[in-house]
Write a protein that binds this ligand. Sequence first.
Ligand code: AMP
Ligand code: ZN
Ligand code: FE
Ligand code: FE
Length: 299
Amino acid sequence: MASSGETLGQKAPGLAEGAVPRPVLVDLHLHTTASDGRLSPTEVVRLAARRGLRVIAITDHDSMEGITEAQQEAKTHPNLIFIPGVELSTDVPEGEVHILGYFLDPTDPVLGESLMRFRNARVTRARRMVEKLAALGVRVDWKRVVELAAGGAIGRPHIALAMVEKGYIANPQEAFIRYIGRTGPAYVEREKLTPVEAVALVKRRGGLPVLAHPLEDGTGEAILPSLKEAWLVGLEVYYGNYDTAKVRHLLALAKHYDLVPCGGSDFHGLGMPVEAEPGSMGPPMQSALRLLALAGVRT
Ligand code: AMP
Ligand code: ZN
Ligand code: FE
Ligand code: FE
């Protein structure tokens, strides 16, 4: 990789504790059509480059199918460092925990097989949610849901989009609030790894595991010691729409557990009422450099 640490802002003056770096140069949480994002991997990379981002990671749910395309596009933007990633869904009794894996190999057949298994479980579960919705009088076409997923990892946002199209709701968020959120009447569980298993899987396949959006239900600080023991290397601190108080709190946690403070927009392009955009949130360059160093990438 051509750029030096210095040109990447490594020597920039220190940020006030908990302040979001401006401009944002790093976004390590982006979705594409390989899962439930609405822009293709090429489009997401182009958008990120246009917004002046210098380091990005694409982290689709249970899929690295968009990575090769994104890597090709990223090569045409000399100022952009691209990190291959994935976001694994895991379960704890209190809720759902997402583990990000960075620097995994998109062509790794062993990892590929696991991801394929997770995606297949998503299909069965989405179909059951469509059936539950029908029983509640909300009739969305399964074929349309599959079409909306367009070969990517199928998820609740695809069902939500089909519901918007049919006029049952005004925007995808409403689907989660009224029907398919974790406590909603049409929600269906699927078999998932535990967070520790996901961290171990990422580690085993040579990647860097990072805990995503740590303030969601079930994530909690209680799981951090076990994840750290399983070799968690980072924690999302600069995430989505988190405010300064949340960022500060998470930054202190990251320091306490010696985890790299990571983050990003979690951009999907779903047309939600409030949605973070690529580059609207992200960690300081120093965090990206720490990850690159841990992965053995020369900058
Ligand atoms: P799934 O992977 O099928 O469990 O769906 C998870 C995805 O649904 C997340 O990555 C978000 O894109 C979206 N999502 C989850 N909860 C909500 C919510 N409350 N409002 C809007 N979108 C949500
Ligand atoms: Zn998503
Ligand atoms: Fe997530
Ligand atoms: Fe995400």
